[in-house]
Write a protein that binds this ligand. Structure first.
Ligand SMILES: [Mg+2]
Length: 364
């Protein structure tokens, strides 16, 4: 099998209610769909999205179609490690991380989509699955305008079947964080696990002060207390606190995960399949963290993440939004049973897109 073409399509949809965390507002509805064509008629898909940065889609498209894509033509899509090495070599002059790694990740996901389709199996089964479902939590507690809205979202999430929810913290005082956690605990009850996410909002000292309060409240994990570059600060924090530290959504490639594991920066690692790399890289991130005795939880949801988490023995959680509110870009819909999301029974990564949706919202 040979790759014949790569195309990247930019889609923009309106964001009516931008999501807010401690520091950021996610107001850009930009996505890029990567399509890799083969001489056997199989097409592999990978999708990236950008919550912020309205020009990001155009930059990624250029990277995919003009910088990296031409080097894929004629390659056998099964040679994922050969292709990754080639793409790193092309990108390393301007940096293989950042936008380059968004492109490399999307390409790798599309390649593994092709491999799964060729085998007529979900990619997780081609890679060697360890499970066929994964516990899911919902990112429920964004910063919204009213307490009523906040409570409604937490309740709605639990009614949908999630047995764990995550809350944003760190935008205001510690007292405000405590109030948000206690309100959620009161509304969803003691059987629902609660995680918190500071989205890099603190320095080490403040993270320590707040982390001590979160652990007193029984919070399951404390996510991204610091900027991702501060791995040694994170390690001191992880040693000082009993609550697990979760980081990794802003790491590019196994090298950054390895550095964090070496520093002892966390005990839960959260690769994001837009940045971290595709299945080829995830297998290695999984091994690095597993050897160190740490866990994996995805940053972000969808069928591609489920395929990866069903392969990694040390994976514990899928992050997700409401499964009822998927907007129609992906053809594969996920199903949750008893708080766990099932591996979709479709060949490949489950990343096929609805072509009518693309035609409606494409901007290039
Ligand atoms: Mg996060």
């Amino acid at each position: 099998m040979k790759i014949t073409k790569l195309e990247a399509v930019i889609i923009v949809t309106e964001v009516k209610n931008p999501m807010k965390d401690a520091l950021h507002t996610y107001d850009a509805g930009t996505r890029v769909v990567t399509k890799i064509h083969t001489d056997e008629g199989i097409i592999g898909y990978g999708s990236s999205f950008f919550g912020r940065g309205k020009a990001s889609g155009a930059i990624l498209k250029l990277m995919l179609e003009s910088e990296l894509g031409p080097h894929l033509i004629g390659e056998d899509p099964h040679f994922t490690r050969k292709i990754r090495k080639k793409l790193w070599s092309i990108a390393d002059y301007h940096g293989a991380e950042g936008f380059s790694h968004f492109a490399i990740s999307a390409i790798d996901i599309a390649l593994w989509d092709i491999i799964g389709k060729k085998a007529n199996l979900p990619t997780a089964k081609v890679l060697g699955a360890v499970r066929d479902r994964i516990p899911a939590y919902c990112m429920a507690g964004w910063y919204v305008d009213t307490e009523k809205e906040y409570v409604a979202k937490c309740i709605e999430t639990v009614e949908e079947g999630f047995k764990a929810i995550k809350l944003k913290v760190g935008k205001y005082s510690l007292e405000n964080d405590i109030e948000r956690i206690k309100i959620a605990q009161r509304e969803v009850g003691p059987d629902i696990k609660i995680m918190v996410d500071a989205n890099q909002g603190f320095d080490e000292k403040e993270a320590l002060r707040r982390g001590r309060a979160y652990e007193q409240l029984g919070v399951r994990w404390f996510e991204e207390p610091l900027i991702p570059q501060h791995k040694e600060s994170s390690a001191r924090l992880a040693r000082a606190l009993d609550i697990p530290i979760a980081i990794g959504e802003n790491f590019y490639s196994k090298f950054q995960f390895y550095d964090a594991v070496q520093a002892g920066a966390a005990s839960i690692y959260q690769p994001d399949n837009r940045r971290a790399g595709g299945p080829t890289e995830w297998l290695e991130i999984g091994a690095i963290t597993d050897v160190a005795g740490h866990h994996i939880a995805s940053h972000g949801g969808g069928p591609a993440n489920v395929n990866m988490l069903c392969v990694l023995p040390n994976a514990i959680f899928l992050e997700s939004g409401s499964l009822k509110k998927e907007d129609g870009l992906l053809k594969t819909r996920l199903t949750m049973v008893d708080g766990e999301v099932l591996l979709p029974d479709v060949p490949g990564m489950g990343t096929d897109v609805d072509e009518e949706y693309i035609e409606k919202y494409r901007v290039d």
